[in-house]
Design a protein around this ligand. Structure first.
Ligand code: GLY
Ligand code: MN
Ligand code: MN
Length: 444
């Protein structure tokens, strides 16, 4: 069971149903099981929308929400209990469990869906459904609709409208409840410990995957089933590859290592990046770039709060980074002009953050009516400025080349600004150098 209480799932379903037009049905399939190779499956991860509404962790399940249905508004189709299959693959909730543990009003075997679901759709005016995200299920749904159409002469009424369910649901998911923030705080705390462990273990001669192993150890020890995304452990020039994932290069004395990694707890993601020296001490150039990125992040935090719009944090990072690059002599010219011409982009080519939640790049619109969205209490996001100076960048002095720094924290908007969920993860040059020196002293 998840840390989110049953009552909250019920509240979410009700909030969704309250927004649905009268005489409608919402239908959501569970995530499929993906095959890794031959008969080996990928670790199962529930679809985030399905998880949000049910907390039901099994594949081969379908939610139907039918506001006003006399025999129950929340119908769950799921696998039947099967002692033999359960002996091999693990326990199933079954229909009784769907009702008693997961709060379904009514539950049916998934094998009976072809017989039952068309009857639940029939006569409803609208179907709320996320078309195009699961092609196989799209096809099934059309078959069920066609079953109803084929009975039109007997008086069956197929639905008249399909409505994008994801839009309603994704707006709801953007606002995190206090229970959700609590889970995200826990994921953030475990990930913070994982980054500390990697810093403590770092030394020249190891490989990037050694540090990945330290992260994984701390994630699993904290109770996380898996990382929220593929961990990036990028030493030296690899830090300039934004989605580096080989994680197999040697750690060299004098290089930095950038780690972008976070675990998920009950499907809620954390997403942290720290950049630190392989051997524990920043060079003057590394320190200058690092402190510039850090200053830009601090400036961004000040632009996150109610009534500030989504892009303000990004704009703050661009301002600080561009001015800083001029100060260091990496860019030349007038800061405002350099910003207007996007001269910073060869060094800072991504945005300052993204929504964070059940998906690491979480759902929700960034613009509303063509304008950047105004932040509200409960919205969670990352703040992750970076500077990357390619090894082959002939336009900058040699001493800067090959330095890649990103610093990423997770925040949630509060009444008076934002809470930094990942604040326990050391970040200043002094903190990182002290932590790494202490770890070395212990080993020596
Ligand atoms: N780890 C993916 C990101 O930072 O957006
Ligand atoms: Mn991120
Ligand atoms: Mn990240």
């Amino acid at each position: 069971m998840t840390r989110i209480p049953k009552s909250e799932f019920a509240r979410r379903r009700k909030a969704l149903m309250d927004q649905m037009e009268p005489n409608s049905i919402a239908i959501l399939p569970a995530a499929p099981v993906y095959i890794r190779n031959r008969d080996v499956e990928h670790i199962y991860r529930q679809d985030s929308d399905f998880q949000y509404l049910s907390g039901f962790p099994e594949p081969e399940a379908v939610i139907a929400l039918i506001p006003g249905r006399e025999h129950g508004e929340y119908v769950l189709f799921c696998r039947e209990r099967d002692p033999e299959r359960e002996l091999w693959d693990g326990l199933r909730a079954g229909q009784d469990g769907a009702i008693s543990q997961y709060g379904a009003d009514d539950a049916f075997p998934i094998g009976d869906i072809d017989d039952i679901l068309p009857g639940l759709i029939e006569g409803r005016e609208r179907v709320y459904y996320a078309m195009g995200t699961n092609q196989e299920f799209d096809r099934h749904l059309m078959e069920w609709i066609n079953v109803i159409r084929s009975k039109a002469r007997q008086g069956a009424q197929p639905p008249n409208e399909f409505v994008a369910l994801d839009h309603l649901l994704h707006d709801m998911r953007l606002y995190k409840s206090s229970n959700e923030v609590k889970v995200m705080r826990e994921a953030a705390a475990i990930s913070s410990r994982a980054h500390v462990r990697a810093m403590q273990a770092s030394r020249a001669g190891l490989f990037e995957f050694h540090l990945e192993a330290e992260l994984d150890y701390e994630f699993r020890k904290g109770g996380a089933k898996m990382p929220a995304y593929g961990s990036i452990v990028a030493a030296g020039k690899n830090a300039c590859i934004l989605h580096y994932h080989e994680n197999d290069a040697a750690l060299k004395d004098g290089d930095l290592v950038l780690i972008d990694a976070g675990c998920e707890i009950d499907c809620y993601a954390s997403d942290i990046t720290r950049t630190f020296p392989v051997s524990g001490t920043f060079s003057p150039e590394q320190k200058a770039i690092y402190e510039l990125v850090l200053a830009s992040q601090e400036a961004a935090f000040l632009e996150i709060g109610p009534d500030k719009h989504w892009n303000q944090a990004h704009e703050a990072t661009v301002q600080v980074i561009t001015a800083g690059l001029v100060e260091l002599g990496i860019l030349q010219g007038d800061v405002d002009e350099l910003i207007a011409t996007e001269a910073y982009k060869p060094f800072y080519m991504h945005r300052a953050g993204h929504w964070l939640g059940l998906d690491v790049h979480d759902v929700g619109d960034y613009k509303v009516g063509g304008e950047w969205r105004v932040l509200e209490v409960g919205m969670a996001m990352t703040v992750e400025p970076g500077i990357y100076i390619g090894l082959d960048n002939q336009n900058v002095a040699k001493k800067w080349r090959g330095i890649g720094v990103r610093i990423e924290d997770d925040v949630v908007v509060t009444r008076d600004g934002c809470e930094i969920l990942t604040k326990d993860c050391p970040k200043t040059v002094a903190e990182i150098e002290a932590l790494m020196a202490a770890a070395r002293a212990e080993v020596a």
